[in-house]
Design a protein around this ligand. Sequence first.
Ligand code: PEP
Ligand code: MG
Length: 574
Amino acid sequence: MDGIGISAGIAIGKVLVYKEAELIIEKKQITNIKDEIKRLKMSIERATKEIDELYKEMLSTVGKYEAAIFNAHKMILNDPKFIDSIKSRINEHKVNAEYAIREISDYYISIFKNMEDEYLKARALDIEDISKRLVRILLGVKNKDLRSIKEECILVAEKLTPSDIAQMNKDMVMAIVTERGGRTSHTSIMIRAMEIPYVTGIKDIIKKVEDGENIIVDGSKGLVITNPSQEQIEEYRAKKYEFVRIKDEIKRIKGLRSISKDGVEVRLAANIGNPKDVEKVLENDGQGIGLYRSEFLYLNRDSVPSEEEQFNAYRFVAEKMGGKPVVARTLDVGGDKHVYCLNLPKESNPFLGYRAIRLCLDMEDIFKIQLRAILKASAYGNIKIAFPMVSSIEEIRRAKALLEEVKEELRLKRIPFNENLKIGMMVETPAAAIHSNIFAEEVDFFSIGTNDLIQYTLAVDRENEAISHLYSQYDPAVLKLIKMIIDNGHRAGIKVAMCGEAASDEKLIPVFLAMGLDEFSMNPSSLLKSKWIIKNTCKKEIEPMIETILSLPTAKEVEEFIDENILKKEEMNP
Ligand code: PEP
Ligand code: MG
């Protein structure tokens, strides 16, 4: 079965199908109200304990901002209005606790669901989640608990959420296969960071396999093989062995420079969303932070982070990186990133709407707080700034003018900052790419955001699973734009980096190296592998192939060409 390979690696093992338990609630007339209230209390206590554990788990595996969702759940459980309504229902209607919970939750869910405001709308999901948890506890129904997986397995599910991944017993999960998921979703990014092979996009997968059945998963190719023959098992065992051998070899290049066979050196930097990710960057030889997604500071909270809080986060990262460059990207919200604290309007076309730099230029006060925090932190390390989703020259000029205003304020107050702070922009809209010769005159560096550049160039929503097969980093139209951006940047004498997911694509790294890309920025867990690829690539040998690659008509042909002519030749196909 063909799907989308999200995280590389091979696994051969037994299936564990993960399904959410079905909750059947019967209405029962009760006689002992006191006992029923006791049951309700017990379920609240147990739910609180479960949520506390999930919070801790998320905090240690993902981060503070993602963990905050569970604080919101606890707030609902402690909300007297919600709990008292359930108690009154039990009292007045003499019904069982689970029935009362469902009635009251349904009432609140329908109110919140119909609200215009995105933040309040999302509360409906939280209430649904809480009420399911309470009912599940009362009915004594157990979800297949991902935490207590005791035997090695290949986890198969329709869809997994970041919290499923956070609580999963990672040591026992050899691979993951889902029907729904996206290349750039949080779930995928987490699974990749854990180095677990992952394939998504296989329709009805939970109906096609059974618990305990043997399957093969090839995360590099996006393949799932059911009922494998002995021959196939042998073949994939050998591939797995080779994959592990290369992985070991990769570990041994720690500390070495990222320099190609023919002596071309590039910078390998990392993308982070949370200050504590810096440890992982340094552990994996990251030569800088090519993208600090500052919006993670704004997620899952009721108020905008203060200047002090933002300053502390940037300063922490800059100091920990000890003089290595850190690109602080200014607030990139809207699109798929909902930030409740900004109370953004609901849009029918959010990716083409009120997003990133557009929103910042409109909310100058909030933008200036962030600029001030970044500037102040620039006195403590090698911070650069980058503006996201720029599509017109006016935007970049206005952003620079606001930065100047903030600099002037700081000068007047004699607050130190780096006067030579480098200013860059994300090139992630077709307009910025096509016009990159002009933009290059306005900034000190480019950073290509392929995640968005692909979606806007191909007009394929990066989050929409129904069309994810149309989203491809190998599309020749996208590669042509990338080449154009690199050439235009270099003609103007500026460096060109890439920080979208394509920067760590094993097949494309040699191609981008040959196109002259100066910096590759990626998930910290991909750094050593990418260095290994660069060390095994001869730039001069690939350069003459670029013209051919760009002349191919389809993404499929591009991928096949690279497989045949680059990976085989360089013996890099794990
Ligand atoms: C991109 O668009 O490639 C990018 C790196 O930004 P984000 O994924 O945060 O939109
Ligand atoms: Mg982007």
